[in-house]
Ligand binder design. Structure first.
Ligand code: DSN
Length: 456
């Protein structure tokens, strides 16, 4: 048994103790905190759209002795000796990334998504040049041009975002903005836009204004792999991603690109390096030192797992679950930004509610439904309050939950919302029911006697 403070307990966990046997002896404080997080992960609904459960194999590779090795450089061209094994690991990760996404080139060294995107800037544009993207308040990412981030400070940002009325991207407006400002690079990617992205139209716009088109697919990578979201690779110069989120890999970044630069002569004539080489040089030595080889090995494992029919089935279920959750919320009177979802995420729109996104997200957390408050298009509240709650289905789908569980979750969210004025009683009952349901669906990667993984 494991217990910690007043957190709900998870029964029968002998495997967990075995797995952390050394840590339990040498650092009981950290050991206990890991156990506490495991308890939470087994007894709450992880509906944060960017979170998931990594598989045991990913966790094992990520916790392996490969963490001991330094190997600045790339396979076959390292600045340290003794890297035969590391070369092989990185070559496998690169090959699998290229095969999985059908890309010409892959760099698997970025430490995470933001460093990957920073490398993209360094490879394609110069400080002071114009870049178009969706900043965070519009549903994009910090690195797509928010003013507090390097991307908004070092580059001239041309922001775009969904229409406040419909919650949908207006491609005519985006084209108009691009024609007017002629940016050097256009980002297409989102952290809080629930609808499919039309890369083909973005590609026409980018070509018309001779801009690089870069997709950030960190959120939807698994949907792209499963063929249930448009594929950016044929349309974009560069595609960046993380390894975690829907893909169920380690916390890592990677970059896919074309080899040749279609604008080389126009924008990079002075450089002897093609697009792929400029990406590689931007990552190392431009921004990073030694690659995290344990993470790259775990990324390779995730790519292998994602290349299976089981994973594609999982990703389809993620999308089906998001749709069911959306329908359940709409049926209970909620408004959703964009009217629903084509992806793994949805955004409850509380602009017309007396309750803010933060109020609802905090109440849901007390009830064991973990999500985040988020800006919605046309939001009149501040970023630390917001009128939105973002929900995502990758993690609960990894637990093996399907449509009936999504409808129960929608009902609990409605119960918590309706009880916001008398919270303690409301959340206590929902918290109890959430724990009971979670115990029927133990998440992968946590208990040693792991149930069959939803993606295996
Ligand atoms: N923090 C991630 C998310 O929640 O979407 C983006 O980097």
């Amino acid at each position: 048994m494991s217990s910690f403070g007043s957190q709900p307990m998870v029964p029968s966990l002998p495997g967990r103790a075995q797995r952390y046997a050394h840590l339990r002896q040498t650092d009981p404080e950290i050991y206990q905190l890991i156990q506490r997080q495991a308890d939470l992960e087994c007894t709450t609904l992880k509906l944060i759209a960017s979170e998931n459960y990594a598989s045991f194999s990913v966790l094992e590779a990520n916790g392996s002795i490969l963490t001991n090795k330094y190997c600045e450089g790339y396979p076959g061209a390292r600045y340290y000796e003794g890297n035969e094994v590391m070369d092989r690991v990185e070559e496998i990760a690169i090959r699998r990334a290229k095969e999985l996404f059908g890309a010409e080139h892959a760099n698997v060294q970025p430490y995470s998504g933001s460093p990957a995107n920073q490398a993209v800037y360094r490879a394609l544009v110069r400080p002071g040049e114009k870049v178009m993207g969706m900043p965070v308040p519009e549903g994009g990412h910090l690195t797509h041009g928010w003013h507090v981030n390097f991307s908004g400070r070092d580059y001239v940002q041309i922001p775009y975002g969904p229409d406040p009325q419909t919650g949908l991207l207006d491609y005519d407006q985006i084209r108009h903005l691009a024609r007017r400002h002629r940016p050097r690079m256009i980002w297409v990617g989102a952290t809080a836009y629930p609808r499919a992205l039309d890369y083909a139209t973005f590609a026409q716009i980018a070509e018309e204004v001779e801009a690089y088109l870069v997709a950030d697919i960190a959120h939807i990578n698994g949907l792209v792999v499963a063929g249930v979201h448009p594929d950016p690779v044929p349309h974009c110069d560069v595609v960046s991603s993380t390894g975690h989120k829907l893909l169920r890999g380690p916390r890592a970044g990677f970059i896919l690109s074309r080899i040749e630069d279609r604008y080389q002569a126009k924008y990079h004539g002075a450089s002897k390096f093609n697009l792929a080489k400029r990406i590689d040089r931007a990552v190392f030595p431009g921004l990073q030192g030694g690659p995290h080889m344990q993470t790259i090995a775990a990324l390779a494992v995730a790519f292998k797992e994602a290349s299976t029919e089981a994973f594609r089935r999982y990703a389809r279920q993620v999308q089906a679950n998001a749709r069911t959750l959306a329908e359940g919320l709409l049926a209970r009177g909620f408004s959703l930004s964009g009217g629903g979802t084509d992806t793994h995420m949805l955004l409850i729109d509380l602009r017309n509610s007396p309750h803010s996104g933060r109020e609802l997200a905090q109440a849901l957390a007390k009830a064991g439904i973990i999500c985040n408050f988020n800006m919605v298009p046309g939001d009149h509240r501040k970023p630390l309050v917001t009128s939105g709650v973002r929900l995502g289905t990758p993690a609960v789908t990894s637990m093996g939950m399907k449509e009936p569980e999504m409808d129960r979750i929608a009902a609990w969210i409605a119960t918590v919302y309706q009880g916001l004025d008398r919270l303690p009683e409301t959340v206590a009952q929902v918290r109890h029911e959430v724990t009971e349901m979670c115990l029927e669906f133990p998440p992968p990667g946590i208990l040693e006697d792991d149930p069959p993984d939803a993606t295996s």
